[in-house]
Design a protein around this ligand. Structure first.
Ligand SMILES: *Cc1c(COP(=O)(O)O)cnc(C)c1O
Length: 414
């Protein structure tokens, strides 16, 4: 069976997307390239099964092997993160967060989280997100000078606001987060603590970022960012929240789990236990630091002055271009990145003064330090020659040729 014959219309779009992925350099820090194994399981017959409920407690018959695969995913997640309980059913990172809130908060309760300008996520209380409508969200920012989390300031706000939950973790924060310190603050004010490691879970597994698991009541993550699994989410929690948490996923906010994705999650957790995965995570950080230095050498200002992890946010105010303009310009030469707010950004989220770069995807494709230097040079050239369409075309050609030297799936013929 070939989709080319059954649905040429879809096939044509698939091929275009495939060609785009092969011929571009992807620097969006939340994206990655899954293994063929994950790809295969994500498209497997597990998708045919309804399985509302949990292993041994389903609302549907015929779940014998479904139970086996979910139990395997749960036990691997617990082992990988040394967690007491895992729920592998959240369809996404956002739903993982929602389920945690629903399990211990009531509508109107106060939550304290990092402002989206400082790197927080929209599910951490943004007014236009469910988290900002259902809950009374208050925020902490990074320090204006250091552009890093000011733990004493977080403590002051927590003491004043007395939130029911302290949320930590971020989407565009390039420094180590001290979950231990934040848990002391949470305990002092009697708040639950949720650590959202959507971006950094791969680094955590590899021991390259301290784990929040011993400190936090709840830990949420996606499986598709540094963890390099299928699109989805999962939650780790202390044993005491096991029942509340599970019932806040189903019947709380979801129906049937995506069993094909859960099978792929099981494979992802196993892969993450291998030494090769730790090596991969190390290279992500090596590449990230290298890319960051290459920008600094070209007079780009990096928010907080550098990076400890897989990403960086570049402040473009001294370069005379906005984040959204730069995003579009880079896409025209085949470099994919996304605009990003900088701390206390004078520009709105649709424009922004910053752009975010990350290395998980290019590292999966086998790129190394010297390739980061090349990429930074092309990015800088693109900006410098943005009025010169002939030069931009030349850069685009080079980018395409270069990207294709790092196949997404090396065994593929085409
Ligand atoms: C990506 C992200 C999420 C949500 O992930 P989705 O799967 O897109 O819903 C949640 N929290 C943080 C910090 C993230 O970066």
């Amino acid at each position: 069976m070939s989709i080319r014959e059954t649905d040429p219309e879809v096939y044509r779009i698939l091929v275009k997307e495939q060609e785009k992925q092969r011929g571009t350099i992807g620097l969006i820090p939340s994206e990655n390239i899954v293994s063929k194994e994950v790809l295969r399981l994500s498209g497997s017959i597990f998708t045919n099964k309804y399985a509302e409920g949990y292993p041994g407690k389903r609302y549907y018959g015929g779940c014998k092997f479904i139970d086996e695969i979910e139990e395997l995913a749960i036990s691997r997640a617990c082992k990988l993160f040394s967690a007491e309980h895992a729920n592998v059913q959240p369809h996404s990172g956002s739903q993982a967060n929602m389920a945690c809130y629903f399990s211990v908060l009531k509508p109107g309760d106060k939550i304290l989280a990092m402002n989206v300008f400082s790197g927080g996520h929209l599910t951490h209380g943004l007014h236009s997100n469910f988290s900002g409508t259902f809950y009374n969200a208050v925020f902490y920012d990074v320090n204006r000078e250091s552009e890093t989390i000011d733990y004493e300031n977080v403590r002051e706000i927590a003491l004043k606001e007395k939130p029911r939950m302290l949320i930590c973790g971020a989407s565009s924060y390039s420094r180590i987060i001290d979950f231990g310190k934040l848990s002391v603050i949470a305990r002092e004010v009697g708040a639950y603590m949720l650590a959202d490691i959507a971006h950094i879970s791969g680094l955590v597994v590899a021991g390259l970022h301290p784990t929040p698991v011993p400190y936090a009541d709840f830990v949420t993550s996606t499986t598709h960012k540094t963890l390099r699994g299928p699109r989805g989410g999962f939650i780790l929690c202390k044993r005491e929240y096991h029942d509340k948490l599970d019932s806040s996923i189903i019947p709380g906010i979801q129906g049937g789990p995506l069993m094909h994705i859960i099978a792929a999650k099981a494979a992802t957790f196993r892969n993450a236990m291998k030494p090769a995965f730790a090596e991969y995570q190390k290279q992500i950080i090596i590449n990230s630091k290298k890319l960051c230095d290459a920008f600094k050498n070209r007079n780009y200002r990096i928010v907080s002055g550098g990076t400890d992890n897989h990403l960086m946010v570049v402040d473009l105010r001294n370069k005379g271009i906005t984040g959204s303009e730069f995003e579009t310009l880079l896409e025209s030469v085949g470099i994919i990145a996304n605009k990003n707010l900088i701390p206390f950004d004078p520009k709105p989220p649709r424009t922004t003064s910053g752009i975010r770069f990350g290395t998980p995807l290019v590292t999966s494709r086998g790129m190394k330090e010297r390739d980061m230097e090349t990429i930074a040079e092309w990015i800088d050239e693109t900006l410098k020659h943005r009025q010169n369409s002939r030069l931009l075309k030349e850069i685009a050609k080079k980018v395409r040729r270069f990207a294709r030297e790092f196949p997404i799936y090396p065994s593929d013929q085409t």
